[in-house]
Design a protein around this ligand. Structure first.
Ligand code: NAP
Ligand code: FE
Length: 368
């Protein structure tokens, strides 16, 4: 099994890590655009921390705060246009996966202002993207340490690009920002991290390094999930939140090697068509993913449970307990209409065994 691994991001974590590392911002230039969602960056204190260090080191900034969940390509173009008029030398993304993924695209478009949406996704970039600094505020996507940018395209479909040029140059992870998350988003982002680790472990592209990250990420998540199962998310203290945050980075490292598998591939339509938050949309398939892999790869499955210090019963019960409930019903016609999505799908090809259209149709009928 190979040991291939590349993550081109300097990562700094821990309480007050942004404020304690002001000098780190100096090397990127004198002007930047800060890319955020609507309000959480300000509410959780991350925006204030970033502004105070920029003022300290004398870096000028503008703020683009119109990134929505499942960010649109058009908002990235809009932010890039503002950055170009301002003369930004780098991009700071603050938020969950949505603003962080958007900031990677903004960095590409600033460097390549006349690029089309098609060429953005196809990575037909003439010039190297600007550096991105990522400040994570959710414990889920691991976007802080991945090169992946998932954007909603102009026809409303979630589509991603990934390139060695779009790893954030620098990432900060201060778990105190995540104390402001709602119960629903704490759960949804946590099961997203779990999905990353699990889908990476049971993946044709997995190697020794990705499996080590995936297994350790899951061990951390399970520890916290056992607490949430008893007391809910309100009782999580800063150490628990730090475990969740760090686990999300382990998941990011793992999927940097492998990408995801069928829960993520199938989850996108639930977000696009039914507005289910990303993590929940993927996690609703996780128990079936485990059953499927137990059948097609029993040896990898038993090694997996040994490494995470659990068994199928506990693991699946915790997934069911932590994942927020969904209420989606699909008719046979709905399932038929979705079918073209599953043909030649790269993430489906990464599963062990054979996950084909027939398999997916059967699964959707069973679940919804
Ligand atoms: P998100 O879409 O970034 O944010 C979800 C919600 O949480 C928003 O309402 C946001 O508010 C709020 N929020 C964020 N941080 C908060 C905080 N500290 N306190 C209170 N509220 C907070 O959520 P996400 O799950 O992190 O990201 C999901 C996106 O990432 C999806 O588009 C998904 O496809 C993508 N993704 C990317 C990768 C990758 O490797 N790049 C991997 C998995 C998923 P505001 O809008 O006000 O900010
Ligand atoms: Fe995800």
């Amino acid at each position: 099994m190979n040991m291939n691994f590349y993550v081109g991001t300097k990562v700094i974590t821990g309480l007050d890590c942004v404020k304690n590392n002001a000098d780190e911002f100096k090397r990127f230039g004198k002007r930047c655009i800060i890319v955020t969602g609507r309000s959480s960056a300000e509410k959780c204190g991350a925006l204030g921390d970033v502004i105070s260090v920029l003022e300290k080191v004398g870096t000028e900034y503008i703020i683009y705060n119109k990134i929505c969940q499942n960010p649109t390509v058009s908002s990235c173009f809009e932010a890039a246009a503002e950055a170009l008029s301002f003369g930004a030398n780098f991009v700071i993304g603050i938020g969950g996966g949505s603003p962080l993924d958007a900031s990677k695209a903004v960095a590409v478009v600033i460097a390549n202002p006349n690029i089309s949406e098609k060429d953005l996704y196809a990575m037909n970039w003439k010039y190297t993207p600007l550096p991105v600094v990522a400040v994570g505020t959710t414990a889920g996507t691991g976007s802080e340490v991945t090169s992946v940018s998932v954007l909603t395209n102009s026809v409303g479909r979630k589509k991603s690009f990934r390139s060695d040029l779009t790893y954030p140059a620098l990432s900060f992870g201060d778990p105190k920002y995540t104390t402001f998350m709602s119960d629903g988003f704490t759960r949804s982002t946590a099961v997203d991290a779990l999905a990353h680790c699990t889908e990476s472990y049971f993946n044709r592209k997995a190697n020794d390094i990705s499996r080590a990250f995936a297994a350790e990420g899951i061990r951390k998540l399970m520890k916290t999930f056992r607490k949430i199962a008893v007391d809910g998310t309100e009782k999580l203290d800063i150490n628990d939140l730090e475990e969740l945050y760090n686990a999300s980075l382990y998941g990011g490292y793992a999927i940097s090697v492998t990408g995801t598998a069928f829960p993520h591939a199938l989850g996108y339509f639930l977000t696009e068509n039914y507005g289910i938050p990303h993590g929940t949309a993927c996690a609703v398939f996780l128990n079936e993913f485990m059953d499927y892999n137990a059948e097609v790869e029993p040896d990898i499955t038993s090694e997996f449970y040994q490494r995470i210090g659990s068994d199928a019963d506990e693991f699946k019960a915790l997934i069911a307990k932590i994942t927020p409930e969904t209420d989606v019903k699909l008719s046979d016609k709905d399932i038929e209409e979705l079918a073209p999505r599953w043909e030649n799908n790269a993430s489906l090809a990464k599963n062990y065994g054979n996950v084909d259209v027939e398999f997916v149709n059967k699964l959707l009928r069973q679940l919804f």
